[in-house]
Write a protein that binds this ligand. Structure first.
Ligand SMILES: Cc1ncc(C[n+]2csc(CCOP(=O)(O)OP(=O)(O)O)c2C)c(N)n1
Ligand SMILES: [Mg+2]
Length: 407
């Protein structure tokens, strides 16, 4: 079964991309050919995508991208597996905490672990990442404590971490806007003469935003060292991808003059390899790349959403067979010396993480009521002072009620 054959969704037009890649002449000068080998079909009517590990856990050769994961050791593969398992466990805990009333909202990454861990692990410490609101796996790779991701969803802070602490920007809810922030930042990196790169994460729905189109234009014209990492999880809340675009998303890059690649977003190795390739292009001064990670949002858009209203269970079942964690486990068990002890220890570590997350969240103090007025302007502003004073007066108007309660 393919995703196209389910839930009465119309077949997407095939735009006939060659092997999941498209590129301009300039963008490929002297480095890579645009022909991809061993690319796989994502489904009937779908263009090919870069895949190194099949859903059955079989390693397939790819002359173009194998070099980017050639030296990977069994320990490193186990590391990727551990990252994905712990990220999924953290995500499940956060979803449960929302159901228990401890969080106001949660946006689950279930199903997107490979896209996030593969791309996240491809980044270097001095690279800078601009996420949306669902990049919990990337945050993990960047070294952000997962409990820090929860403060905003509990409503006790406006962010939760110092972006410059891990070069991981705050979560961005305004769809697509971070593509512009990333582009501007990348232009700055280039002006500084640094060889760091920038990654902008966004979704299939965000690709329809003007901000993303502008980011593509600017980054191309200024040759900015930025990788646009689009997780096409097939849905923008209840809108399927085919309502967002007439062509596969990675092909949009061609119109802006930089390469686009579609990668199997449920294949952590392929995501690692393709992102490394794109980051290296950026570091060499060859400009932006669009990576479309073809994946699936297994859960609801957020805990406020009910996907049974707009999509069928058969679609989910088809993607379950492509689970990113299961395929790496099969590979580890069949092709490496990974024993049962590793999986058992990881299970314990996952449970310990779940417990820690629960304890930390429940202990998060309520914020100071006036904290909302802090950090609006670096040096303060008369309008903010006025609003703070108004709010203080409003709060004071409850003094008699509070007194009455105490009597
Ligand atoms: C500018 C803007 N418009 C609309 C919204 C409401 N909104 C929140 S998430 C979302 C869908 C985003 O879909 P996609 O980019 O595919 O990301 P996904 O949630 O699937 O990861 C929309 C429309 C918003 N947050 N910002
Ligand atoms: Mg989406």
């Amino acid at each position: 079964m393919t995703v196209e054959s389910t839930a009465a969704r119309k077949p997407r037009r095939s735009a006939g991309g060659k092997a999941g890649t498209t590129g301009s002449k300039r963008s490929t000068t002297g480095t890579k050919s645009t022909t991809r080998t061993a690319a796989r079909k994502a489904g009937d009517g779908e263009p090919e995508l870069v895949q190194l590990l099949t859903p059955e856990g079989k390693r397939v050769k790819n002359a173009e991208y194998d070099p980017y994961v050639a030296g990977i050791t069994p320990d490193e593969l186990r590391g990727l597996y551990r990252d994905m398992v712990l990220t999924r466990r953290f995500d499940a805990e956060a979803t449960a905490l929302q159901r228990q009333g401890e969080l106001g909202l949660w946006a689950s990454l279930l199903g997107q672990e490979a896209a996030q861990i593969g791309s996240g692990r491809a980044t270097r410490e001095d690279d800078y990442v601009f996420p949306t609101y669902r990049e919990h796996g990337v945050a993990w790779c960047r070294g952000v404590d997962p409990t820090n991701l929860l403060g905003m969803f509990r409503g006790v802070n406006n962010g939760g971490w110092d972006p410059n602490g891990n070069n991981f920007h705050l979560y961005t809810i305004v769809i697509g806007s971070q593509a512009l922030h990333a582009t501007g930042y990348a232009m700055g990196v280039a002006k500084d003469g640094a060889d760091a790169a920038v990654v902008a994460y966004f979704g299939d729905g965000a690709s329809s935003q003007g901000d993303v189109a502008e980011a593509f234009t600017f980054s191309a014209v200024y040759n900015a060292p930025v990788v646009f990492f689009c997780q096409n999880n097939q849905w923008a809340i209840s809108e399927p991808t085919e309502k967002q675009t007439r062509v596969p998303l990675y092909q949009r890059a061609q119109g802006y003059g930089f390469p686009g690649v579609r990668v199997d977003g449920n294949d952590v190795l392929a995501c690692l390899a393709v992102t490394k390739w794109a980051l290296e292009r950026a570091r060499r001064g060859e400009g932006p790349t669009l990576v479309e990670a073809f994946t699936y949002r297994m859960g609801a858009h957020t805990t406020s959403d009910d996907p049974s209203r707009y999509r069928g269970d058969d679609e989910r079942a088809a993607w379950e067979a492509k689970d990113p964690i299961a395929r790496l486990r099969t590979y580890l068990e069949s092709q490496t010396d990974t024993d049962e002890g590793f999986f058992a220890e990881l299970e314990e570590e996952s449970e310990a993480l779940g417990r820690r997350v629960r304890e930390v969240v429940r202990a998060m103090p309520d914020p100071d009521r006036f904290a909302i007025f802090e950090n609006v302007y670096a040096d303060g502003h008369a309008l903010v002072d006025e609003e703070r004073a108004q709010f203080a007066a409003y709060q004071a108007s409850f003094a008699d009620v509070e007194e009455g309660k105490q009597r």
